[in-house]
Design a protein around this ligand. Sequence first.
Ligand code: NAD
Length: 297
Amino acid sequence: MARLIDGRAAAAALRERVARGSAAWAAERGRPPHLEVVLVGEQPASLAYVASKARRAREVGQTAAVRRLPATIGTEPLVALIAELNQRTEVDGILVQLPLPVQVDTPAVLAAIDPAKDVDGFHPINAGRLAQARDPLTEELLIPCTPLGCLMLLRDTLGESGLTGRRAVVLGRSTIVGRPLAALLLAADCTVTVVHSRSHDPAGECRRAEILVAAVGRPGLVGRDWVAPGAVVLDVGINRVALPDGTSRLVGDVAFDEVAETAAAISPVPGGVGPMTVACLLHNTLLAARRRAAGGS
Ligand code: NAD
């Protein structure tokens, strides 16, 4: 049976480190690191994510404010709000909760965030820095939270140098997860393949992986025949599926029970990558505060 990759425990340990760092920063600077979260509309999943991000930020001694805007808002007023937050020196991190409504130009909104305050790491400047980085963690780049959490879990599981030379397959090529994760794994000296909806033989590509990360949003897509025995498997997917009794539950992109029989290690859903995503946001908020205080852009 595979070893369980415990994202809750790893996230708790990271939050503890961030809490110590935030307290030290606050003692030095006279105020804690401050995060602004922008929420447009009333989508239940987004409301829940935003509430948990703000609560977790406060738990580690940071301050957080949530700006709630109507679902009908256009690109211009949103960009104007971001411009105002960019100007305010006491704001260290700005996060715009995605997805935005269809009438909003999402790339324009993300590009309006000051790269130094871009705690989600989605600004083209930060994406470019990651694409060119030799060692993104040492260089203290603002890296998208979910891929950063994945890298931390893989390092915990395999050891710092345990990624070197490994065949890693990233299933999914979104700008939020797949692409930045591929860049991170490449910088960690993995041999990286990115598999997507137009790939000819996704199962065959995945079977070659020593490290497999699934981020596709397809419940249980990755079955036993997609995974080589002894592989390390991270499941990024968060899918709500209906049950016959009328209730629902969260499942990942990996068929956990069957894959766990042959993999070396596997992360569960829930309790795997998800908690690391929020902990990495707090890590990025502290990092942004430190970098700005040191004059970084
Ligand atoms: P997305 O829809 O933007 O991208 C999905 C990717 O999967 C695409 O690149 C597509 O090419 C690929 N794909 C789809 N079907 C495929 C198939 N049958 N075979 C091969 N590739 C296929 O999704 P996303 O934003 O990257 O999110 C992916 C999943 O991860 C979702 O379930 C999402 O909820 C979850 N997610 C979780 C966290 C977290 O914190 N754990 C964070 C972000 C996203």
